[in-house]
Design a protein around this ligand. Structure first.
Ligand code: G4P
Length: 532
């Protein structure tokens, strides 16, 4: 049985990832969360905002300067008796398989959508991974202070594009220069818009009950008032009501409207989100489901960050603690390596700083020094228990290139280097069916990883390479063990390859070819993720 302190520490933890398309406002929203948590002080000036932004992203900047290995960071802060871990999912050029893997460490996702744009490609990709895990997904519809699309249309967009029903928790009244505030459905009241971007935490939001029609009419004006009454009626008739079970199962996304930049609707969102989400969820291992409140420490590695220094073996393994408590200096069993060891230099990010941790609990993420022994998906646990958490899937790369070493004499180093880098999980390598490693095809989720590969091969293995980009954009694993790959008839541009584990896969130039191939081969099932 867990002692009281352990239980209360774990219960107050909330570990979530923010998913969005670049520019939807993820960074701005995160900053506002940190502001409420008191982790950064934005008070008083817009300059404060710039400084804070700088501070939060510092770590990544340093890594960028070192040339490679842009990372997803984890921020921890306290708010209202909760201990919050936010996992950042980098976008733009830094989008990589790590971005997907980070989602494996989260218990919940916050999806930030630009209300002028609706669902965008990167949100769609990240959403798929969350949906696969069936984790709760909360939506923050952002930028209402700018002209936005019709809110009903935005909800339809989520339902049609992502296939998840939504339930609006509040409702915008106008947008852009006509933005008047939001209607809080549960409390049946209107929260008038106030721009608190200059940094006050509380804002001066004025709240008016829906039944107080005269005041509302006066504050909103006739057009906005009439529209609101109409919308409220439509919403109540639409039937999308909040259902806790559906939300927990990732089958219904509660939606909040607001504006991160002007700090409107952010705290309401945060409060509701924290109240409606769960403390760290149980995870499945090969011995069954592991209770997070268990006294025995356990964690799994979801990300390995190589080459923080030039020395190849200097890496950091990021682990998500799944049960119990971690104490610095405690002995743990690295299950896959079969070794009892101490995790050295355990560290955490607190707001903008990395620091050494003395203790951490289920729900927390720690980074530990990795002398080159950990692999993605590995389990570490108290030595008296021994189990393995379910592995982390391999996600479909979207960019492919044929890679060769320039100097043929360096063949051995080339194969060794590229294989090691692939084993670390930075890239995936494939070869054409039946050809062995003579012809190596590299697949990556984000194109920056091509540069990472080139840089690392040159710097760590002293091998110069040539890369020829290939036109493929999709890769699919073949479901089932008894499929005769030779017999699959695809489109002329399809390529059959195998991965490091000798599993057969199919490469396609476009999604049309995938459809054709499925049509031509009855019973064939193709998968976008590979369960390891
Ligand atoms: P990201 O992390 O999702 O990529 O987005 P980020 O927060 O960096 O926001 C992208 C841009 O959108 C920023 O403007 C930011 O100020 C703006 N933004 C975020 N939330 C809101 C909002 O609620 N309303 C409005 N009007 N704008 C918002 P930028 O000009 O690119 O950057 P900056 O110079 O302001 O830092």
């Amino acid at each position: 049985m867990a002692d009281k302190k352990l239980k209360s520490e774990i219960e107050k933890r909330r570990t979530f990832a923010i998913i969005s398309h670049p520019d939807a406002g993820k960074t701005t929203l995160t900053e506002k969360f940190l502001l409420y948590g008191g982790a950064i002080n934005l008070a008083g000036s817009v300059k404060g905002k710039a400084t804070a932004r700088h501070a939060v992203s510092d770590w990544m900047e340093i890594e960028k300067e070192r040339g490679i290995s842009v990372t997803s960071s984890v921020l921890q802060f306290n708010y209202d008796n909760f201990c919050i871990n936010i996992l950042d999912t980098p976008g733009h050029q830094d989008f990589s398989e790590d971005t997907y893997r980070t989602l494996m460490a989260a218990d919940t996702a916050v999806m930030v959508i630009d209300a002028a744009k609706g669902v965008e490609p990167q949100t769609r990709k990240l959403f798929k991974v969350c949906a696969m895990r069936k984790i709760p997904i909360f939506t923050f519809m952002n930028k209402l202070d700018r002209d936005a699309r019709d809110p009903f249309e935005l909800l339809d967009d989520i339902e049609n594009e992502l296939g998840i029903p939504t339930c609006p928790m509040n409702w915008p009244i106008g947008s852009g220069k006509d933005f008047k505030g939001v209607y809080d459905r549960e409390n049946e009241s209107v929260v008038l818009y106030s721009d608190t971007q200059k940094g006050t935490k509380e804002g001066t939001a004025e709240i008016i009950k829906l039944e107080d029609k005269d005041t509302l009419l006066e504050k909103l004006g006739k057009d906005a008032f009439d529209k609101l009454m109409e919308d409220v009626e439509l919403l109540d008739g639409a039937g999308s009501t909040f259902d806790r079970k559906e939300v927990d199962a990732g089958m219904l996304s509660p939606v909040f409207f607001g504006s991160a930049l002007t700090n409107f609707g952010v705290e309401i969102f945060l409060k509701n989100f924290l109240a409606l989400t769960l403390s760290p969820l149980p995870r499945t291992a090969n011995t069954g489901v592991i209770d997070p409140m268990s006294d025995d420490f356990s964690a799994f590695v979801f990300k390995i960050q190589a080459n923080m220094n030039k020395a190849h073996r200097d890496r950091i393994a990021f682990m998500r603690i799944c049960s119990g408590k971690f104490d610095a200096g405690m002995e743990v069993l690295h299950v896959q390596g079969g070794k009892v060891m101490r995790l050295s230099q355990p560290q955490q990010m607190m707001a903008s700083e990395r620091h050494i941790v003395d203790e951490a609990y289920a729900g927390d993420i720690i980074g530990v020094f990795d002398p080159g022994i950990f692999s993605i998906g590995d389990t570490v646990c108290a030595p008296n228990v021994k189990f393995e958490y379910e592995g982390i899937p391999t996600f479909a790369p979207e960019h492919f290139a044929r890679v060769r070493q320039v100097d043929t004499m360096k063949r051995k180093q080339f194969v060794k280097g590229i294989t090691q880098i692939a084993q670390e999980g930075a890239i995936q390598i494939f070869h054409e069916l039946g050809t062995g490693l003579e012809e190596i095809i590299v697949g990556v989720v984000g194109v920056l990883q091509f540069e990472v590969l080139k840089y690392r091969l040159e710097n760590e293995y002293n091998v110069e390479i040539r890369m020829d980009t290939l036109p493929y954009e999709h890769i699919r694993w073949i479901a089932g063990d008894n499929v005769d790959v030779e017999k699959i008839t695809g489109t002329s541009d399809m390529k059959k390859v195998t991965d490091l584990k000798d599993r057969p896969l199919l490469l396609f130039v476009n999604s049309w070819s995938i459809g054709m191939t499925l049509e031509r081969n009855e019973g064939l099932e193709l998968e976008e993720f590979s369960r390891n």
